[in-house]
Design a protein around this ligand. Structure first.
Ligand code: AMP
Ligand code: MG
Length: 402
C-alpha cells in the first residue's frame, strides 16, 4: 500500500520547514519598491521635526474674537520667521511652515478681517491653545520603529521610510528562480502547432507569478521529454537558483523524467503527491539550500500548486510577514461535487450579499481549463467527502496567486 497522501497543510509546513531565509542587502529607497524589509526602520528624528501650521493664516496667541493684531513678519514653508511673537502681534504663516516661538495657535486666514488699519488683522473667531498647530513628533517619534522587518515595501512604506530619515533600506535579496517546462508537445508563444502540439502557457505564467512574489527569474527553459536533457537542464538551474520550478513530467508515465533526474542530481525528495485536486503529483525537494518544486503540467494545476506551496516558500525566503487576510472564508453559492479522497482547490468569484461573502465556482474546473483562472478572485478549499458539498456551506479561502 502506498503511504497516505499528505494534506495541503502538511505539505505546506514541510515546505516552510525547508526554507532558510536569504541574506539581506542595502538598496536606495527608490529601488526598494516591492521588496521585503529585512531590518526594522527606526525613526531618526521627530516627524514633523518642528511645530508647524496646518493652515494658511496667522500665528497668534490664544484669545477672544475681535482682537486687532499687528502683523510683524511671515513664516513660510522652508523659511521660518526670524521674529518671535510679542503682545498684540501676529505672524503670517503658510501650511507646513514653522510656528514661531511663543505663538501657540494659528488662526486661519478666512477667520480674520483685513478691514482694520494697514498691517493689521482683526480676529473674527476665538483662538484656543494649539488650534491648527501640528505638534512636533505627532506623526513619528524619534527612536521608535516605524516599519518592522518583514514588511512589504509599497508606496506608503517608502514614503514613511523617507520621512523617518532613511535613504537606504535593508531588504531581503530577491530569490533567484529558474522556471523549466517539460514536454515534447510544447511550442513557444505564437509558433504554429503541428499534430499533437500545444503552446507552452506555463512558462510565462510561472515567471509572472514568481516575479510578482519578488523573485528574479532567469529566462525560462523548455526541456524535451528526454532523461539526459532533463538532467542537463536541471543541473544548470540548480547551479544558479535559490528555487527551481519545473512543470510537467512529475507523474508516473514512461515519459516523466523529472523525478529520476532530480534524484541523480542529489536533490533530496521531501514529498511527492498531495491529497489535492488539481495538483496531486506535486513534488518538493531540496539540495543544500536550493528548493525544487516539480509542479504538475496542467496549467491550472501549476498555478494552484504555485499558490499553495511556492508562493509561501518565496515569501519565507524573503522573511515576509504574511498580512492577516481580511477574507479567509466564504459561503458557497452553489453546490460542488466533492472528491472522495482529495481536497479540491476551486477557482471562485467572490461577491458580498447582505453583508455575507459568497463564493461562486468560476466556470468548469478542469485542470486544463485556463479560462477558469480569468476573473477568479480566490481559491476555495473543498474538503474531501462523498456526494456534494451543499450551497450555504462555509469554505476556507486561499489567495489566488497573481
Ligand atoms: P504532465 O504533467 O507532463 O503529464 O502534463 C500534464 C498535462 O499538462 C498535459 O496535457 C500536458 O500537455 C500539459 N502541459 C504540460 N506542460 C505544459 C505547459 N508548459 N504549458 C501548457 N500545458 C502543459
Ligand atoms: Mg509531460
Amino acid at each position: 500500500m502506498p503511504p497516505p497522501l499528505l494534506t495541503i497543510a502538511e505539505a505546506r509546513s514541510l515546505v516552510l520547514n525547508a526554507v532558510l531565509p536569504l541574506a539581506s542587502e542595502s538598496v536606495a529607497i527608490p529601488q526598494a519598491r516591492d521588496r521585503i524589509l529585512a531590518a526594522d526602520v527606526q525613526v531618526a528624528g521627530d516627524v514633523p521635526p518642528f511645530p508647524c501650521s496646518a493652515m494658511d493664516g496667522y500665528a497668534v496667541a490664544p484669545g477672544p474674537a475681535g482682537r486687532t493684531l499687528r502683523v510683524v513678519g511671515e513664516s513660510r514653508a522652508g523659511a521660518p520667521s526670524a521674529q518671535s511673537l510679542g503682545q498684540g502681534q501676529a505672524i503670517r504663516i503658510s501650511t507646513g511652515a514653522a510656528v514661531p516661538d511663543s505663538a501657540t495657535a494659528v488662526i486661519p486666514q478666512e477667520d480674520v478681517s483685513l478691514e482694520g488699519g494697514e498691517g493689521e488683522i482683526i480676529t473674527r473667531a476665538a483662538v484656543h491653545e494649539g488650534d491648527n498647530v501640528r505638534d512636533r513628533g505627532e506623526d513619528m517619534r524619534a527612536g521608535s520603529t516605524v516599519l518592522p522587518a518583514g514588511t512589504l515595501l509599497g508606496a506608503a512604506e517608502l514614503g514613511a521610510a523617507v520621512s523617518a530619515g532613511a535613504a537606504q533600506l535593508t531588504v531581503a535579496r530577491r530569490p533567484a528562480v529558474h522556471v523549466l517546462s517539460t514536454g515534447d508537445e510544447l511550442k513557444a508563444p505564437g509558433e504554429p502547432l503541428g499534430p499533437g502540439e500545444i503552446h507552452n502557457s506555463n512558462a510565462p505564467m510561472l515567471v509572472a507569478l514568481a516575479e510578482h512574489q519578488g523573485a528574479a527569474c532567469a529566462p525560462p527553459i523548455r526541456l524535451p521529454d528526454d532523461r539526459a536533457a532533463t538532467e542537463a537542464g536541471l543541473a544548470e538551474a540548480l547551479e544558479h537558483a535559490d528555487l527551481v520550478i519545473i512543470s510537467g513530467g512529475v507523474s508516473v508515465g514512461p515519459h516523466d523524467h523529472v523525478k529520476p533526474a532530480l534524484e541523480t542530481l542529489g536533490v533530496e525528495q521531501v514529498f511527492w503527491r498531495v491529497a489535492l485536486q488539481p495538483g496531486k503529483p506535486t513534488w518538493f525537494g531540496r539540495r543544500g539550500n536550493t528548493l525544487v518544486f516539480g509542479l504538475p503540467g496542467n496549467p491550472v494545476s501549476s498555478v494552484v500548486t504555485f499558490g499553495l506551496f511556492v508562493r509561501p516558500a518565496l515569501a519565507a525566503l524573503q522573511g515576509r510577514a504574511e498580512a492577516p487576510r481580511l477574507e479567509s472564508e466564504a459561503i458557497l453559492a452553489a453546490p460542488v461535487a466533492r472528491n472522495p479522497d482529495r481536497e479540491q482547490a476551486i477557482r471562485v468569484r467572490l461577491e458580498r450579499h447582505d453583508g455575507r461573502l459568497t463564493a461562486s465556482p468560476n466556470g468548469p474546473q478542469g485542470s486544463h481549463i485556463v479560462t477558469s483562472l480569468l476573473g477568479a478572485d480566490a481559491l476555495a478549499l473543498i474538503a474531501p467527502g462523498e456526494g456534494e458539498l451543499a450551497a450555504g456551506a462555509t469554505v476556507p479561502l486561499e489567495p489566488l496567486p497573481r
